[in-house]
Design a protein around this ligand. Sequence first.
Ligand SMILES: CC(=O)N[C@H]1[C@@H](OP(=O)(O)OP(=O)(O)OC[C@H]2O[C@@H](n3ccc(=O)[nH]c3=O)[C@H](O)[C@@H]2O)O[C@H](CO)[C@@H](O)[C@@H]1O[C@H](C)C(=O)N[C@@H](C)C(=O)N[C@@H](CCC(=O)O)C(=O)O
Ligand SMILES: Nc1ncnc2c1ncn2[C@@H]1O[C@H](COP(=O)(O)OP(=O)(O)OP(=O)(O)O)[C@@H](O)[C@H]1O
Length: 444
Amino acid sequence: MSQISFTIDAPVFDPSTGEARFGYRLADHAFVETLRFPLENLETARATTAAFATMLDLTAAVLGVSYFKLLAPFKIDASALALSQAQQAFVIDVYENGLGEFYARNDLKRFGRLTITADAPREDDTPPTLPARSLVLIGGGKDSLVSVQLLESAGTEMSLFAVNPKGPILSSTERSGLPFLTVERALDPEMIALSQKPGYYNGHVPSTAINSMIAALASLLYGYGNIVLSNERSASEGNVEFDGRQANHQYSKSIDFERDIRDVLSTATSGMLGYFSLLRPYSEARIAALFARTNRYDDVFSSCNRNFRLAGHDGPLWCGKCPKCHFVFLIFAPQMERSRLTAIFGQDVLDNPENIAPYRELTGLSGHKPWECVGEILEAAACLWRISDHRDWRDSAVVKALKPDLEAFYGPARLQSAYEEFMTDSTDHLIPEHIQNAIAPHAH
Ligand SMILES: CC(=O)N[C@H]1[C@@H](OP(=O)(O)OP(=O)(O)OC[C@H]2O[C@@H](n3ccc(=O)[nH]c3=O)[C@H](O)[C@@H]2O)O[C@H](CO)[C@@H](O)[C@@H]1O[C@H](C)C(=O)N[C@@H](C)C(=O)N[C@@H](CCC(=O)O)C(=O)O
Ligand SMILES: Nc1ncnc2c1ncn2[C@@H]1O[C@H](COP(=O)(O)OP(=O)(O)OP(=O)(O)O)[C@@H](O)[C@H]1O
């Protein structure tokens, strides 16, 4: 294994077709991943800058995680890419922490052990001209729709953006009526096939890092000065301690990663491209309160990740069975009438006795935080306790079963103060001051 090297080829972009090709080699295997950018509004000259070439190299490195993970070797040969020391450190962070869940679940120790070789960085040339408009990433769930509504209220010029949009992404962007830019991404099918075979690893990849790099390419090609994410405060919390650090399912949604990618994108574009999460000051519980203020997206959004499998999904918008459905139902419960919430989900998730065990895990009464995009353990516990005397929820199976255990484990005073804390906004965020000031009057 220590002899195997993962090689990232020089990426190629053809402005006449809008296709970018990314080649990788691992042991005897060669892979190609493609991105297809729409030709409409694509200005060919924008693809000829040094900033675009560097962004393409960085994207090649980040997209490589899907192929690297098949054997997870220690060496990354990126000598076909022109990367500064800071850019190489960023790539190593994506391969070490971004793949943290993958290593923890496969019991692989790679943290602090990966090496990368790359070519010298390009000389700076004229900075790209990027208008002060925003590209807002859309995941089809509550978070990005809260960002869209806050930015709309503040009168921000924006387009929505998604990679391989499907289901709730399509229905909610259509409902918004806003301009929508999409990129088609095709993973090499050989990688998916190998990941099912003995002798190869499989597991989670940092999808937000991947989508963010694709958004950065789009920002340069179509002219957007800001990339806006909707990553909440709780995304920075890890799942388990492994190999000497916290492995976090949502690592590329964390504020540490946000700071790193913001700096890397800014440096690569001579300060012209901004990157921040508009929801960083908020907990999931607070985002749920913001979402609940209008029912505009009730019938078209979904936070259930089953909608986003590569092969598609023909089930209901909300499966009601996964940790994400459990968590989202719970944080909406203090904010919505039972009738509205059960209409959104098509079921009462808290009144199903089968869900008692998963909610025990979600609230910290057993196991560890699920490997899913869920908020903090204490946040879930505080929300469940919050509704335990409410007439809509107090008799539901999960609430009745867990209330005494929550009170015994945490104590009512801690649960009460935790809820208040989760509804209080944090100042630890990277939102530009003028945008923060513009949305502030609309965020209450
Ligand atoms: C939809 C989903 O949650 N998928 C995760 C699931 O994969 P599954 O096998 O059920 O279906 P597919 O997504 O179709 O994946 C098939 C295989 O392809 C690999 N793959 C996929 C995308 C990619 O970019 N590279 C790949 O190599 C994948 O590993 C499968 O072998 O379980 C997988 C294993 O744990 C996860 O890796 C799949 O997660 C997707 C990559 C994904 O897009 N997930 C996001 C919804 C997600 O988890 N977002 C996180 C944020 C993570 C971050 O750090 O940014 C969140 O919202 O918390
Ligand atoms: N297919 C995609 N293309 C582009 N950006 C995406 C895509 N899927 C998710 N994102 C973005 O990645 C970030 C994390 O996604 P996440 O699933 O947490 O957000 P969401 O779908 O808005 O809300 P929820 O957590 O309720 O599902 C968000 O900024 C989201 O807009």
